[in-house]
Design a protein around this ligand. Structure first.
Ligand code: NAD
Length: 411
C-alpha cells in the first residue's frame, strides 16, 4: 500500500481559485506555500489583503503567523515529496483558441523543484486530455524526478456564493492511475465533504467544460427569448417565472447584457477546441457564443430606442460594472463593452461601482440623480438605489437576477 502522507502543498497561482485552496489546505494541517508570479499580489497577501470574497484578512494573517501558510514569488525548493496544485489562468487568445502559456510556465516551474513520489493536481480549466497529453509530458521533459503522480480536480468555485463553497461543493477527482486518484481523493477529503471520482481525467475535464457550457447555452437561449418577448411587448422574466412553476424538466435562466468572468465566456470554447481536435462540430456552442457576445450591442440598441433614437449628449450612468454582483472581477464583463458602444453612440457615460476604483481613465462616482438614464447592470448589495427612486430618475433594470429594485425588468 502506498503512503498517502504529504506534509507540503505548493499552490501555483494565488487568484480566485488558488488562494481559497491554499487557505483550506493550511487550515487542514498542511504546510502551504502560495506561489504567484505577481509580486504585487504576493506583497498584498503577506499583509492579509485579497480580492477573494472567500478569504478574510484575519485568517490570512493568523495562518501566516502560525507558519502554516507562506506566500512567495519564487517556487519553493522542497526537500520531500509534495503536492503541487496548478491554479493559473487558462484564457483564450485573440482568435478565441486556448492559450495555455501560463499553464505551461507553471509546469516548467514545478519541474525545477520536483522531488520523487510527488503528486501534481491540475485545477485549472482546460480542454479534454490536458493532464495526459500536455501537463505530464511538459513536466517529464524537464524533470528527472521518479514516480510522479498526476490528477485533475477541476475547480467549481463561484466566488461570492455564500451557499456553495469549497467545502460543500462536490469535488470531481481523477488520476492517471489508481494511486494518483487515491492520493488526490485523500487530499481533498481533508476539506471537501463530497469527492466524486471518475474513471479517467478526461471525464473530469469534460465534465467541468460541460457544466459551464450548459449554463452558457441556456443563457443564450434565454437571451434569444428576450428578443422575441420584446417584440411581443411581454416580460421575459414573467414568462420564465411562469414556466418555472413546472415542477420537473425545467430550470430557469434569466437574460442579461451578455456573459462575463473567466469561465462562462471562455470554457465553452475549450470544449469547441476539444470537439475540433477529434473532427466533431460543436454547433450549439458556436451559436451560443454568437448570441451572447452580441448582447451588449442588442441592449445598446434597445437603450437608444428607449431614449428616443438618439444618444448624442445623453448622460447615462451604470450601476455596477463587474461581471457579477458583490465581487471585484472585471474580466470579460459585458458592461465594459456596453459602455464602449454607448459612448460610440454619443452618450456621456459614468458608473458607480463600490468594488472598482478606476477603469480606464474613469473613476467610480456616487449614484447621480441628474442623469438622463440609470442602468441597473450589476446590483452589488452595497449600492443603494433609493436616490434614483426618490428623485424619479428614469431607470432600466438590466440585471439578471429576479430581485426587484423598484423598476420592472427591462430585458
Ligand atoms: N474564477 C473562477 O470563478 C473560476 C472558477 C472555476 C475555475 N476557474 C479556473 O481556475 C483557473 C484559475 O482562475 P482564477 O480565476 O483563479 O485566475 P486568477 O487570475 O484570479 O488567478 C491566477 C493567478 O495565477 C498567477 N499566475 C499566472 N501564471 C503563473 C505562473 N506561471 N506561476 C505562478 N502564478 C501564476 C496570476 O498572477 C494570478 O494571480 C482558470 O483555469 C479558471 O478557468 C476559475
Amino acid at each position: 500500500m502506498f503512503n498517502k502522507t504529504f506534509n507540503n502543498v505548493i499552490v501555483v497561482g494565488q487568484g480566485y481559485v488558488g488562494l481559497p485552496i491554499s487557505v483550506n489546505a493550511a487550515e487542514s494541517g498542511f504546510k502551504v506555500f502560495g506561489f504567484d508570479i505577481s509580486k504585487e499580489k504576493i506583497d498584498q497577501l503577506k499583509m492579509g489583503n485579497s480580492d477573494s470574497p472567500e478569504v478574510g484578512q484575519k485568517d490570512l494573517l493568523r495562518l501566516q503567523k502560525k507558519g502554516r501558510l507562506e506566500f512567495t514569488n519564487s517556487i519553493p525548493s522542497v526537500t520531500e515529496k509534495s503536492i503541487f496544485i496548478i491554479a493559473v489562468p487558462t484564457p483564450l487568445d485573440s482568435n478565441r483558441k486556448p492559450d495555455l502559456t501560463m499553464l505551461i510556465s507553471a509546469c516548467e516551474a514545478i519541474s525545477t523543484v520536483l522531488v520523487d513520489d510527488s503528486l501534481i493536481i491540475n485545477e485549472s480549466t482546460s480542454f479534454i486530455g490536458t493532464l495526459r497529453n500536455l501537463i505530464k509530458p511538459t513536466i517529464e521533459n524537464s524533470s528527472s524526478a521518479k514516480n510522479i503522480k498526476y490528477a485533475v480536480a477541476p475547480e467549481r468555485i463561484d466566488p461570492g456564493n455564500s451557499k456553495w463553497g469549497i467545502q460543500n461543493t462536490p469535488r470531481i477527482v481523477s488520476g492517471l492511475d489508481y494511486e494518483a486518484t487515491e492520493l488526490a481523493k485523500n487530499f481533498y477529503s481533508k476539506f471537501c465533504n463530497v469527492i466524486q471520482t471518475t474513471s479517467k481525467p478526461e471525464v473530469s475535464e469534460a465534465a467541468k467544460l460541460f457544466e459551464n457550457t450548459f449554463r452558457h447555452v441556456n443563457i443564450a437561449l434565454v437571451n434569444e427569448l428576450s428578443n422575441i418577448a420584446q417584440a411581443f411587448n411581454i416580460s421575459t422574466h414573467e414568462i420564465i417565472q411562469a414556466a418555472a412553476t413546472k415542477p420537473f424538466g425545467f430550470m430557469p435562466f434569466f437574460p442579461g447584457i451578455g456573459v462575463g468572468g473567466h469561465c462562462i465566456p471562455v470554457d465553452p470554447s475549450y470544449l469547441v477546441h476539444s470537439a475540433e481536435s477529434v473532427g466533431c462540430k460543436a454547433k450549439f456552442i458556436e451559436i451560443a457564443n454568437e448570441t451572447n457576445s452580441r448582447m451588449p450591442e442588442v441592449v445598446a440598441a434597445r437603450i437608444q430606442k428607449f431614449l428616443g433614437g438618439d444618444l448624442r449628449g445623453k448622460r447615462i450612468q451604470l450601476a455596477g460594472i463587474t461581471y457579477k454582483p458583490n465581487i471585484a472581477d472585471l474580466r470579460e464583463s459585458p458592461a465594459l463593452e456596453l459602455m464602449a458602444i454607448l459612448k460610440d453612440l454619443g452618450a456621456y457615460i459614468s458608473w458607480c461601482d463600490p468594488y472598482v476604483v478606476r477603469y480606464g481613465d474613469q473613476r467610480s462616482t456616487e449614484l447621480d440623480k441628474s442623469i438622463d438614464l440609470g442602468l441597473i447592470v450589476t446590483p452589488h448589495n452595497k449600492i443603494n438605489f433609493s436616490i434614483w427612486k426618490i428623485s424619479g430618475t428614469k431607470v432600466l433594470d438590466l440585471s439578471t437576477n429576479t430581485k426587484n429594485y423598484g423598476w420592472p425588468k427591462s430585458l
